[in-house]
Design a protein around this ligand. Sequence first.
Ligand SMILES: *Cc1c(COP(=O)(O)O)cnc(C)c1O
Length: 607
Amino acid sequence: MLPVRTMPLELPRAEDRLLGWYDRGLAEFGDTAQGAHWPNEHDRRTRFEVMLDVIEEGPDASVVLCDLGCGTGELLAHIRDRGLQQVAYIGVDRSARALAYAREKFPDAAFVEVDVTAPDADLRPIACDYLVANGLFTGKFDLSHDEMWAFLVATIERVWPYVRRGLAFNVMSKVVDWERPDLFHLPMDEAAQLLHRLAGRRVRLRADYGLYEYTSFAYRPLAANVPVLRPLLPKADRLVPYLRRIDATRIYSNHGPLSVELETRLATYLGLPAESVACASSGTAALVGAILATAGRARDERPLAFLPAFTFAATAGAAEACGYRPYLLDVDAESWMLDPRRLLDHPMLAQAGLVIPVSPFGRPVAQQPWQAFHEGTGVPVVIDGAASFDRIEEAPADFLGPLPLALSFHATKGFATGEGGAVLSSSAEVVSRVVGALNFGFYRARDAEAAAINGKMSEYHAAVGLAELDGWARKRAALQAVVARYRLHMEKAGLGERFVGAPVTSLVYAFHRCRDAKEAQQMESGLETQGVDTRLWYGLGLHRQTYYARLPRDGLAVTDALAPCLIGLPMAPDLADAQIARVAAACQQGMKTSNARLPRPRSKPPR
Ligand SMILES: *Cc1c(COP(=O)(O)O)cnc(C)c1O
């Protein structure tokens, strides 16, 4: 007699039973379509193509793709066969056996072993733009329909928060002549309802590819915030030729061939002699180098650096780093910058050892009036040109001269190297002093001769700069097109005269200008509720920043009125027309709301 079981046998989790089936298939058939329970290779390729269809931007886009239930990583083989180099792949599976095959085939790829429905699973490593689950829910083997459905729902709901844009999975169709008991045939309505819970109406079902299955797609609502700035620097492929030169020369910094080439090419581009440009490790380093090279460190009798309150924190930081006490001045209401003529009779001028006029949002600072100021007063002038590269190139003669101009090539500026900057001057002597000031004060030999820092640009950043310059005409044109479309959409929204951008500012800034702080505040919160990110790039002025609030200053009425009103709008070289239209519509809506909250004008004057 067979023994009678008295204890109910605890069945393993549905997930564990599925894993068993897959591992047995792999053991029997090896790394083949059959081994993954697919009838043949051709159909498997078809499914891969349908899965890649999840990428809304098209398969050429730079995206992170997570392949859930990746098995032996054959989707990656397909992606590579197709030459889709911009797809960054993450394979995810529970099966150590399958992943061993995958890792052996693709030692350079990311494969994550995780049981996504386990309560303590850490899913951060699978965060992605798109997730596909190809074949994970097509076979149910010995699972009941309800068990399989529960597994599907639990899996999709668990991973969805880690998916930035959309996901896709396939199941067997109910619209077939006969159903196989070991496959998971799911009514389309049920799939649609699950997807709808996740993604609202952004749902798609595809059954047009000739197999007995269908693929379900869910996308995050488009209403994800429009980010205020999405920099776009040269892609890896465009850096490679320059990086190979670094490998060959084994020169990584110290005025290597790439940074020298960048200096020369920038100078040529601006129509200057080669020795007019000194690259720096950041815009702030460029400022420090320019200050040390011309004004030197602060002296007791002239301890102040005059600078506008309407600027980014870096301006004051650079002055302090050179020993100066920043003294904050108000800007001109029209130009948003310091007016040199108004400084001539400033009561504190005799204590000023340095003036730093700033290019607000890249609006370029004219050389000539400041040169006149410098000649008239003897006070050194260093221009914080920050984001003005794309403006000065329009008329270099107006904006370049002996006074050093410090530029930032930070990722958020138009011409960008990630971190980086440069000092430009028509005086070769000034530039050579800047080079020393950014290299420990070494001029002729390894002897520190003057106050200095290490502010050199590395060869890696120069590589980015050279690639950026190679593609600059295109990036510039793309930014110009975005600004033009902004202007168009804002005009259509009746806000043409509220829009501020290039050619007034650098190409990387777009603003909605409000009439006063109250309107601006309502506008900002209005845009926020509409999912449009905004930024007051200079905050409310330096004097409102915690650390700089203690600085001595003039009355700052213009800065106080201006700073809250220039609301920075989203900008990117690839900002889509639909996004721009959305921002303009949000501005229009924001204006209505803020008008509605203002007191209604009286139709008759009060008696
Ligand atoms: C960006 C910026 C800087 C500093 O540049 P970094 O490259 O970030 O150091 C300085 N001044 C202004 C006005 C800026 O906008």
